[in-house]
Design a protein around this ligand. Structure first.
Ligand code: IPM
Ligand code: SF4
Length: 466
């Protein structure tokens, strides 16, 4: 019999029951909760007189709706305010630990989990949020769930699931200068398409993945969902253990040693069976810019806006033509000739300290181009504090960028941070859907260094040539 994959192992270790048709009940180790997808779930518990089964395995935080300036003034938008107030009330009533907007540990849910040592290898981790795949960077099985499932997990600490298939994405070779984790995952999505991972859990491996920092690995796993996969994961190694050690919620003492023994077993067997294997050579990768309204619409910074007329499939041709119209772009335009109006640096994809360092390195001693405005939003209060300790905030401010309070912000524009119609933005986030960053706003997905450089020059530039 063939060996098992990392996904198989975590699955088997959490299987409570499996019905004949393959429907399974999985034990859930960690449940992260935010204000958008939890109100009805808590309401459901209340109506049926239930409690939260394992409050110590549940952690709540506000991130999507909170303002990134003047928090003391409260939230003007009524819908946002109600959601935030509901989470505070629900967390108190159901005894769940809660990071409010005044807590310095507050931040984007997928940034604070790892930061607190709440996210650990080998665990099953869920959250009512699609980018829960981020936590897979630690060798955890982590994915998003819907609000009714949030209620189910709150009440039972289990989840009904069907097993996905195994896909391996191996990234061989080494990344060149100026090419980052963001470019790896954009290239992968460009290759497999937004439906390429449907029905699979992806394990990322290979020398270029191993060489990434934990921050970089989180960037890769974060966007797995944009490739359609259920989850993405990376086998834990010394870097993973090093990152976790000493974090507030990580095990310590004897429990640490025991955990470490277990974590070291968390890898796919040599002879494990994968249903699909994809290989990419990191040496061939370049900095990437998205040109359309789907994360699969990507091209090298050295390239040109593609011509949809050349696409054979009619539906695809029409949809890509529409994307170009929406983006206000003409086929054949050099990517480096595209001028931008805004720069947005942040999100659960690229709002960690390493991302801010990369952006600051480019902006240091420079000024944001005339007519361009830039905003830097740290992913958490702790990222913000660390950045300020390193003086990164001063670099951003001196360059003319705004330095904000942590949250999702203009990644999806649920607060006041949004693009105006037809404004063009170099953004470090993960989705470039129509209207994602504001009504008729135009999003180009890039790495933090690429976003910063576009801000300085007023158009996209190849950071390898700076
Ligand atoms: C609001 C939330 C449910 C949503 C998600 O699931 O991902 C958001 O975080 C996003 O990025 O679009
Ligand atoms: S930062 Fe963006 S992608 Fe991440 S959870 Fe918030 S809205 Fe979703």
């Amino acid at each position: 019999m063939a060996g098992t994959t990392l996904y198989d192992k975590i699955w088997n270790d959490h299987l409570v029951h499996e019905a004949e048709d393959g429907t399974a009940l999985l034990y859930i180790d960690r449940h992260l909760v935010h204000e958008v997808t939890s109100p009805q779930a808590f309401e459901g518990l209340r109506m049926t007189n239930r409690t939260v089964r394992a409050p110590e395995k549940t952690l709540a935080v506000v991130d999507h709706n909170i303002p990134t300036t003047n928090r003391a003034n409260g939230i003007e938008n009524e819908e946002s305010r109600i959601q935030v107030e509901a989470l505070a009330k629900n967390a108190a009533e159901f005894n769940v630990e809660y990071f409010s907007e005044t807590d310095n540990r507050q931040g984007i849910v997928h940034i604070i989990g790892p930061e607190q040592g709440f996210t650990l290898p080998g665990m099953t981790i869920v959250c009512g949020d699609s980018h829960t795949s981020t936590h897979g960077a630690f060798g955890a099985l982590a994915h998003g769930i819907g609000t009714s499932e949030v209620e189910h997990v709150l009440a039972t600490q289990t989840l009904i699931q069907k097993k996905a298939k195994n896909m391996k994405v191996e990234v061989t070779g080494d990344l060149g200068n100026g090419v980052t984790a963001k470019d790896i995952i954009l290239a992968i999505i460009g290759e497999i398409g937004t439906a390429g991972g449907t029905g699979y859990v992806i394990e990322f491996c290979g020398s270029a993945i191993e060489a990434l920092s934990m921050e970089g690995r989180m960037t890769v796993c974060n966007m797995t969902i944009e490739g359609g996969a259920r989850a993405g994961l990376i086998a834990p190694d010394e870097k993973t253990f090093e990152y976790i050690k000493g974090r507030p919620k990580a095990p310590s003492g004897k429990a640490w040693d025991m955990a470490l023994d277990y974590w070291k077993t968390l890898k796919s067997d040599e002879d494990a069976h994968f249903d699909k294997v994809i290989t990419l050579d990191a040496n061939n990768l370049t900095p990437i810019v998205s040109w359309g309204s789907s994360p699969e619409d990507v091209i090298a910074v050295t390239g040109e806006v593609p011509d949809p007329a050349l696409i054979q499939d009619e539906n695809k041709r029409t949809s890509k033509q529409r994307a170009l119209d929406y983006m206000g772009l003409t086929p054949g335009t050099k990517i480096t000739d595209i001028k931008i109006d805004r720069v947005w640096i942040g999100s659960c994809t690229n709002g960690r300290i390493e991302d801010l360092r990369a952006a600051a390195k480019i902006m240091e001693g420079k000024k944001i181009a005339e007519g361009v405005s830039a905003m830097v939003v740290p992913g958490s209060g702790l990222v913000k504090a660390q950045a300020e300790k390193e003086g990164l905030d001063k670099i951003f401010i001196a360059a003319g960028a705004e330095w904000r309070e942590p949250g999702c912000s203009m990644c999806l524009a649920m607060n006041d941070d949004r693009l105006k119609p037809e404004e063009r933005c170099a953004s470090t986030s993960n989705r470039n859907f129509e209207g994602r960053q504001g009504f008729k706003g135009r999003t180009h997905l890039v790495s933090p260094a690429m976003a910063a450089a576009a801000g300085i020059h007023g158009h996209f530039v190849d950071i390898r040539e700076l």
